[in-house]
Ligand binder design. Structure first.
Ligand code: FMN
Length: 189
């Protein structure tokens, strides 16, 4: 059994880390860090991933770096803005660069942000997508509706119940990642 800190990757379906989805991912990551995890945020603004299929995409050095980072991590937090009832193109394209060999069997915590009322469409679509990657989203999830009003000036969540749900989501991802890692190492003993 490994006692090394879990490595957790944060992915946002928006380019800026200051976007609401970027803020949600970073809240989840900093909570995971306070519980002892090593955290990594893939910043699509600093290191954009090309569209899968566009000219030169297969040779883009960001792609290899991203895939290596994902492979080295034990679990993922992903937050997408809801665009027209589903995840953003940035979120989908980010996952289109990953395969079973990078994130199969890994625990995932799902979140989404919405300009309008909270609903689960984007989360459900992300859950379905992850099935094809053989990843393991935990049952807990977070949809932050009316997101413009969701954050206080210091970047924390205004709604205490939502903040508690975020903590439960993070705890669940870390628990599940630890169990999956132990299970893998027992199988290889
Ligand atoms: C193209 C587009 C489509 C959108 N569609 C929806 C939608 O279907 N439902 C909704 O509640 N908000 C919708 N919004 C609002 C976004 O969900 C909201 O701006 C986003 O969650 C804010 O997070 P961000 O800062 O990470 O982009 C849409 C915004 C854009 C730009």
């Amino acid at each position: 059994m490994s006692s090394a800190p879990l490595r957790i990757l944060g992915l946002s379906g928006e380019y800026r880390s200051t976007s609401k989805s970027g803020m949600m991912v970073n809240l989840a990551l900093s909570h995971a860090q306070s519980l002892g995890a090593d955290i990594f945020y893939w910043d699509c603004y600093e290191k954009p991933l090309p569209f899968v299929g566009e000219d030169g995409c297969w040779e883009n050095p960001n792609v290899e770096e991203f895939q290596e980072l994902a492979t080295s991590c034990d679990a993922i937090f992903a937050c997408s803005p809801e665009y027209h009832g589903t995840m953003s193109g940035v979120m989908k394209n980010t996952f289109d660069w990953l395969y079973d060999k990078h994130i199969g069997g890994k625990s995932v915590g799902l979140m989404c942000t919405l300009g309008g009322m909270q609903n689960s469409n984007t989360l459900n679509h992300m859950r379905i997508m992850l099935r094809w990657l053989h990843a393991r989203p935990v049952p807990e999830q977070l949809a932050v509706g009316h997101v413009k009003e969701a954050f206080a000036a210091d970047g924390s969540l205004n709604d205490a119940a939502m903040a508690e749900r975020l903590e439960s989501l993070v705890a669940s991802v870390l628990d599940s990642a630890t169990m999956l890692r132990n299970h893998q190492s027992e199988r290889h003993e």
